[in-house]
Design a protein around this ligand. Structure first.
Ligand code: ATP
Ligand code: MG
Length: 278
C-alpha cells in the first residue's frame, strides 16, 4: 500500500457567522486520491466548512495546509493561487449567463491563469469534452439543462488543475433524471484519482467510492469512518440513523447497505494514493 500523502489538512477550524458558532473545532485531512463525503443535517455547517477550505469564508481560528505547506491568506495574490488549487463546485453552478459553455471555461484560464486565448480555447475544449459536452460548447447557460450546466462548472474547475476539488451538493438543484450524468462525471474523476471532498445526500452513490464519511452536527464532525463500517447491515452509527431518516423518503438505504456489503472487500483494498487527473 502506498504511503498516504496529505493534500489538504485543517486543524481546529472555528467560524462564527452572525451570533452562531457555525464551525466548532473542525479538523480533517484528505490524502491524495481520496474522496471524503460530508453528510449531516441541514445547518450543521457542511457548506460553511467547504467555504472555509477554499477561503470564501476566512476561518476565525485554525490552520490550513495545502500539499504540506501552511497557507496564510496574507495577500490577494496568494489567495488567488490557493483558490486555483482548491477548486469549488457549487449547488447552483455559478456560470456567467452571457458567456457560452466554452466562454465560461475559457475565461478562467485567460483571467486567472493568464493563458493566451488560443491555448485557453484548446484547453477549455479538452475539459468540456472530458465531461461529455464536446457538442454543447457554443451554447449559453440558458440553452443547457441543469446537469449540463453543472458539468460546465466542473470543466471550469478542472481546467485550473486543482489539487483538490470541493463539491457542495452538486446534484441537489437538479431534476432526478439529470442527477446521473453529473454523478457519472464525479465517479470518473474519483476513478482517475482526483482528490475530493463532497457534501451530498447521495448516500448510496457516495458509499461506493468514498474513503471516509464525515458526519457533521452543530458545527462539529461527530462521527467519521469508512462507509463499509458506518453503513454495515445492523450498524448503530449516527450516520446510519441519519441515512435511514433521509432514505425513508427515497427508499435508498437498502441499496446503500447492499452496496456497502458487496463492496467492502473492494473498498478495503482501495489504494490510498492516487494519480492526478490532469
Ligand atoms: N452568512 C451567514 N450569516 C449568518 N449565519 C449563517 C450564514 N451562512 C450560514 N449561516 C448559518 O450557519 C449554519 C450552517 O450553515 P451551512 O450552510 O454551513 O449548513 P449546511 O450543513 O450546509 O446545511 P444544508 O444541508 O442546508 O446545506 C446555519 O445555521 C446557517 O443558518
Ligand atoms: Mg449546505
Amino acid at each position: 500500500m502506498t504511503t498516504p500523502q496529505p493534500i489538504l489538512r485543517v486543524e481546529g477550524i472555528h467560524k462564527t457567522l452572525g451570533d452562531q458558532l457555525v464551525l466548532n473545532d473542525v479538523s480533517l485531512t484528505v490524502n491524495r486520491g481520496e474522496v471524503k463525503i460530508l453528510i449531516g443535517p441541514s445547518g450543521s455547517g457542511k457548506s460553511t466548512l467547504l467555504q472555509c477550505l477554499n477561503f470564501l469564508h476566512h476561518p476565525d481560528q485554525g490552520r490550513i495546509w495545502l500539499d504540506g505547506r501552511e497557507f496564510k491568506a496574507t495577500s490577494r495574490r496568494e489567495l488567488c493561487a490557493f483558490r486555483q488549487q482548491v477548486g469549488m463546485i457549487f449547488q447552483d453552478f455559478n456560470l456567467f449567463d452571457h458567456l457560452t459553455a466554452l466562454g465560461n471555461v475559457q475565461i478562467a484560464l485567460i483571467k486567472v491563469k493568464g493563458m493566451a486565448k488560443a491555448k485557453a480555447t484548446h484547453r477549455a475544449k479538452e475539459e468540456l469534452a472530458r465531461v461529455g459536452l464536446a457538442d454543447k460548447m457554443d451554447l449559453y447557460p440558458a440553452q443547457l439543462s441543469g446537469g449540463q450546466k453543472q458539468r460546465v462548472s466542473m470543466a471550469r474547475a478542472l481546467a485550473m488543475d486543482p489539487k483538490v476539488l470541493l463539491l457542495d451538493e452538486p446534484t441537489s438543484a437538479l431534476d432526478p433524471e439529470l442527477i446521473g450524468e453529473v454523478l457519472a462525471v464525479i465517479r470518473f474523476l474519483a476513478s482517475a484519482g482526483m482528490t475530493m471532498i463532497m457534501a451530498t445526500h447521495q448516500i448510496a452513490f457516495s458509499a461506493t467510492m468514498a474513503h471516509e464519511f464525515l458526519f457533521m452536527e452543530k458545527g462539529r464532525i461527530v462521527e467519521r469512518g469508512s462507509p463499509v463500517h458506518l453503513l454495515a447491515p445492523g450498524a448503530t452509527s449516527r450516520t446510519m440513523a441519519f441515512c435511514a431518516k433521509i432514505n425513508e423518503l427515497s427508499g435508498d438505504l437498502g441499496m446503500a447497505e447492499r452496496r456497502c456489503a458487496s463492496s467492502s472487500s473492494a473498498l478495503a483494498d482501495k489504494p490510498q494514493g492516487g494519480h492526478g487527473t490532469t
